[in-house]
Design a protein. Structure first.
Length: 202
């Protein structure tokens, strides 16, 4: 049964256990799902009363996209665990170098896709700032912080697999992309936090 279909306590218990999976990647995916969910909640309470229909339409669209991001992150909890299990299974079965390389590439691609999704979700939160209900400013900040930190965690899980990637050009491209993602996420998160601080009176 997938973690997304089970109580949160099941994931927390398994994360705490002496088992190979789930691990940090699954934990990061769960945290990102919460970050996106907080953004969707802010959208559900926005825009403030008196806003025009154009603002309401923008917020509805952002809320729907954040809810979709939430669901995507939730699915990554299981995908990350399965990707790491793929490496373990290939090594245990003494798979061919090609098969093992495919498993390693998959274990790298899952968190890299998650990191990209985190940046996309941060863009949605920034777009939401203009029409967000100021009463939920701190929820917006919490969502942004979760997504930025999750991206950093996922980046570590990409990097640890890059040591086993045979194609150096592919590994170099992934490292360069991670640097870009990290910089962009930091800039977006800081912009969102400045907005929240201004809403709170500085």
């Amino acid at each position: 049964m997938r973690y997304v279909d089970q109580p949160l306590t099941k994931l927390l218990e398994d994360l705490s256990a002496r088992t190979a999976v789930p691990g940090g990647g699954s934990g990061c995916a769960a945290a990102a799902a919460i970050g996106a969910a907080l953004g969707a909640m802010v959208a559900a309470f926005s825009p403030p009363k008196g806003a025009d229909e154009a603002a309401a339409a923008r917020v509805r669209d952002l809320g729907a996209r954040l809810a979709a991001a939430r669901d995507r992150f939730a699915s990554l909890v299981d995908e990350d665990a399965a990707a790491y299990d793929g490496i373990r299974a290939a090594r245990k079965a003494k798979a061919s170098p090609e098969e093992l390389q495919q498993a390693v590439v998959r274990a790298m691609e899952v968190p890299l896709g998650g990191a990209r999704a985190c940046l996309d979700a941060l863009h949605l939160l920034q777009d939401l700032c203009a029409d967000a209900n100021p009463r939920l400013a701190t929820d917006l900040a919490c969502g942004a912080l979760l997504l930025e930190s999750t991206l950093s965690g996922m980046a570590f899980n990409v990097r640890v697999n890059l040591f086993d990637i045979k194609k150096e050009d592919a590994a170099a491209a992934a490292r360069a992309e991670l640097d870009r993602l990290g910089r962009s996420a930091g800039e977006l998160c800081r912009a969102i936090l400045r907005h929240v601080e201004a809403q709170m009176g500085g």
